[in-house]
Design a protein around this ligand. Structure first.
Ligand SMILES: [Zn+2]
Length: 102
């Protein structure tokens, strides 16, 4: 497990899958402050460490989302301005939404 309690095999899978922020699609570390990769629990529960719930997003998105559900977060200015919503996010997030709602 890494420092965030994420099993190594999940970390490896997610790191190879999520090359860009799963929300705003910024390339990690290419665009300066806030673009570094950070671990995201799509459902904000650190006990759910499946590859479906763990993703990499940029620090800006992570701090904006915080503990909000996707539905609540998508309605905030941060997402509206950046056109982040259920149809623009990465496939992994869309699959998550279609399975579990948001
Ligand atoms: Zn982002």
């Amino acid at each position: 497990m890494n420092n965030w309690g994420i099993p190594l095999e999940i970390e490896t899978l997610v790191r190879s899958r999520d090359r860009k922020c799963v929300y705003c699609h910024i390339e990690f570390n290419k665009a300066g402050t806030g673009s570094g990769a950070s671990w995201e629990h799509i459902i904000n529960d650190i006990k759910i460490t499946t590859a479906e719930n763990i993703a990499l997003c940029c620090r800006s998105c992570n701090s904006s989302k915080g503990a909000k559900s996707l539905r609540v977060w998508f309605s905030k200015d941060y997402c509206v301005k950046r056109n982040i919503n259920e149809s623009t996010v990465a496939d992994i997030v869309r699959v998550h939404i279609s399975k579990y709602g948001y």
